[in-house]
Design a protein around this ligand. Structure first.
Ligand SMILES: [Zn+2]
Ligand SMILES: [Zn+2]
Length: 341
């Protein structure tokens, strides 16, 4: 089969790789679509240097084979089913996994191709193998939607840890791909009103078109949106933590979703957090129950229009280099690769 390998900054090639061999607890998936996420963009841009590497962790496709030990079990997808696949390593053995925090699994993520090339997802390929427990059926949802299972699961995780209730007032800082998914899932969860904050007029216009009740730039956010029950920070830039706390009402929660520069510190007044009962919650990646939520959401069609609006471009696997180039441009939401889009 063919698989995409990033060999240097700006360089992607298609290599021949044996089709993955199925273990008794695995399923084999013929990939229909794989999205290019921040990780893939950073590898291509040279911001994260580990070459050669086979990336692609946002994959979806059809089941073509089911391992003997899991075939026929209730809940296990069957041959022909359309699935979104969770390509994270969740060892189950490490301390984080034992405490239920499998998003923080301590076993190194990834695997190796037959020639020793490091793989992180390896979803930019014709086939991908995954433990059956990490394949999630999405009914007859479009393949493009199925390929967004991983980011939707990350945002479901964010909402779950936020403790969001129906009719909560929500502000989302950052109106990029992840901010827009927070808008979609908060709406489905019954939040209202929902506002978005960004520095880009174009992004704010797109957010209003997608149903945001209000939008603002950072310096006008408090005056425009007022106090909030939950504030999601999806843009990890200097000043956003302080802004989020400024938007947070008594008893409210600030959720730190996006990555921040490692050397960034925020100035926070502990006494204000005490007196206003503010909660600051860090969220990272996703866990199996978030995948269950994501697969259900995608299967239901409840966020179909939201997901359609977030596809910036689609490419065949043969044109994966062009796909990476578009993903590395700005502004961009998701670029999808595969025969199903
Ligand atoms: Zn991702
Ligand atoms: Zn683990």
């Amino acid at each position: 089969m063919k698989i995409a390998v990033v060999t240097a900054p700006g360089a992607v090639e298609l290599r021949d790789e044996p089709r993955p061999e199925l273990g008794a607890d695995d399923v084999l998936v013929e990939v229909g679509a794989c999205g290019l996420c921040t990780m893939e963009r950073r590898l291509f841009a040279g911001e994260k240097q580990m070459y050669p590497v086979a990336p692609g962790h946002e994959a979806a496709g059809h089941i073509v084979e089911v391992g003997a030990a899991v075939a026929g079990l209730p809940g296990v997808p069957e041959v022909g089913d359309r699935v979104s696949v969770d390509l994270l390593t969740r060892c189950g053995a490490c301390d984080a996994c034992r405490r239920g925090h499998t998003a923080l699994c301590k076993r190194p993520q990834g695997d190796r191709l037959h020639d020793g090339t490091v793989s992180v997802g390896a979803g930019l390929a014709e086939f991908v193998r995954v433990p059956a427990k990490q394949a999630w059926a999405v009914g007859d949802a479009p393949m493009a939607h199925a390929s967004m299972g991983e980011p939707v699961a990350c945002v479901a995780h964010s909402l779950r840890l936020s403790g969001l209730h129906a009719w909560d007032r929500v502000a989302i800082i950052g109106a990029g791909f992840m901010g827009r998914l927070h808008l979609a899932l908060s709406r489905v969860a019954g939040a209202s009103p929902i506002g978005l904050v960004d520095v880009s007029d174009q992004r704010l216009q797109e957010a209003r078109d997608a149903g945001a009740a209000w939008t603002a730039t950072p310096d006008t956010a408090v005056a425009t949106g007022g106090k909030q029950d939950v504030v999601f920070v999806t843009a990890g830039t200097p000043g956003t933590v302080e802004l989020a706390l400024g938007l947070c009402d008594d008893g409210g929660t600030v959720v730190l979703y996006g990555a921040f520069p490692k050397d960034l510190f925020a100035s926070v007044a502990p006494d204000a957090i005490h007196h206003h009962e503010h909660s600051i919650v860090g969220v990272y990646s996703q866990e199996p129950e978030d995948w269950r939520t994501a697969a259900g959401l995608i299967r239901s069609g409840a966020i179909a229009a939201d997901l359609d609006a977030l596809v910036t471009g689609t490419y065949s696997l043969a044109d994966v280099g062009d796909a990476f180039a578009l993903a590395d441009s700005n502004p961009v939401f998701r670029v999808l690769v595969g025969p199903g889009v």
